[in-house]
Design a protein around this ligand. Structure first.
Ligand code: PMP
Length: 400
């Protein structure tokens, strides 16, 4: 029975029951049309209105400035690892046609598994030179894990990069920026605020819509897969400054890599995110999730709840640390609100997971690449559910 289960999965992850109940109705009969949402035409007026609804929910709740467009696409976060490189190098080519590829620098801030993957894709695609701004493993406790956001004095941003890339929340490792990265001098002001010189790009896949982003306007592009806080997989959301919508075919004529149309930001924009058939059900559920969120009081409300959830869990784990039973993986100051990672030292991981399973807690096993335990606290997880997990942790501490 669903009501007995708490799904702490890292994504795809829990969605609110009320939204799923509503979505189930729309799957059979969307707004009295007698046709389900996945059976309508994506060119119908009903679906066009739904896309607009989702867009305006995001624009309103995140306070997206008019300089930025909101686009919907597919291919997930991984698709954007490629699309960012292709589109932004095309833009750079149009601005500076005569530079050699070695002078088209892509700056990557590597703080975890996902930014590392994005970096590898940039190297693979070529067309420019990759610079690692900083690698979190070098300032980690063991010299090889991602467990911190390195202090800014370690960062080396290139003088004029084609773009600077970072991942706001590293889902696998549980490493998150605790404050506005763009406020620091590591991001020279002229790079952030002069769109003709450079672009700041951020992967927000696992923290999008979990709290306000007051510094959003400093970014040229923020993107996120939907399958954590917002809806089913299949939908990828882009918030993109309009000067990034460049003619990639014209860039290709000047020697840039050609960009597949399904990935070209200008093509998506010119067609109002309907260049080809979009993930209709994912868009529908995402719209319902954000409307429910608005009814509850929006992102300020969520920030408060999410802060409380993470605060309670970390405090409980710190107590376990003092007793030598658990170990939080990530250094203080870089700990994610969304993905809490730790190791079991007293008793065994197997015992911990079995006890959790008996109590209805699901998907607590850490990512296969790093092991340990990972608790994902996306928006659909309630404070009460985290309290239940904290109670279990206390019981576990007593039992070992
Ligand atoms: N970036 C981050 C931060 C992620 O958490 C994920 C997926 N967990 C990805 C990128 C890759 O997303 P996708 O599976 O949608 O390609």
């Amino acid at each position: 029975d669903r009501s007995q289960i708490v799904n702490f999965g890292p994504g795809p992850s829990a969605l609110p029951d009320a939204v799923l109940d509503e979505a189930a109705k729309g799957l059979l009969n969307y707004q009295g049309t007698g046709i389900g949402i996945t059976e309508l035409s994506h060119r119908s007026k009903e679906f066009g209105a739904l896309v607009k609804r989702l867009e305006s929910s995001i624009r309103e709740q995140l306070n997206v400035p008019s300089s930025h467009s909101i686009l919907f696409t597919q291919g997930g976060g991984s698709g954007q690892f490629s699309a960012v490189v292709l589109n932004l190098l095309a833009r750079h080519r149009l601005l500076y046609p005569d530079l050699s590829n070695d002078d088209r620098v892509m700056d990557y801030v590597v703080t975890g598994s996902w930014s590392k993957k994005a970096l590898e894709e940039a190297k693979r695609l070529g067309g420019g030179r990759v610079n690692v701004v900083v690698d979190g493993r070098q300032s980690s406790k063991d010299g090889k894990s991602f467990d911190n956001i390195p202090s800014y004095d370690r960062w080396s941003i290139s003088p004029n990069p084609a773009f600077i890339y970072y991942c706001e929340n590293e889902t696998v490792d549980g490493v998150q920026f605790s404050s506005d990265p763009t406020s620091h001098q590591a991001f020279p002001h002229h790079l952030i605020h002069n769109p003709s010189t450079t672009c700041l790009v951020a992967d927000f896949s696992s923290s999008f819509m979990s709290r306000p982003i007051p510094y959003l306007a400093n970014h040229a592009l923020i993107y996120a897969g939907a399958q954590k806080n917002i809806g089913p997989s299949g939908l990828t959301i882009l918030i993109i400054r309009q000067d990034l919508l460049v003619d990639t075919d014209a860039a290709a004529k000047l020697g840039a890599n050609p960009v597949p149309y399904t990935m070209a930001y200008k093509t998506l924009s010119d067609n109002n995110s309907l260049y080809n058939t979009p993930p209709m059900f994912s868009i529908y559920v995402a719209a319902l999730v954000l409307e429910q969120l608005k009814a509850k009081g929006s992102l300020q409300y969520l920030e408060k709840v999410n802060r409380e959830k993470a605060g309670l869990l970390y405090a409980t784990l710190q107590e376990g640390e003092r007793r030598g039973i658990v170990k939080i993986k990530v250094k203080e100051g870089s700990r994610s609100w969304m993905n809490v990672t730790f190791e079991i030292l007293g008793g065994t991981e197997k015992e911990f997971l079995e006890g959790a399973e008996q109590r209805g807690f699901r998907q607590l096993k850490g990512h296969r690449s790093v092991g340990g335990i990972r608790v994902s606290l996306y928006n659909a997880i309630t404070l009460e559910q985290v309290q239940r997990l904290a109670e279990y942790l206390h019981e576990f501490y007593e039992s070992v």
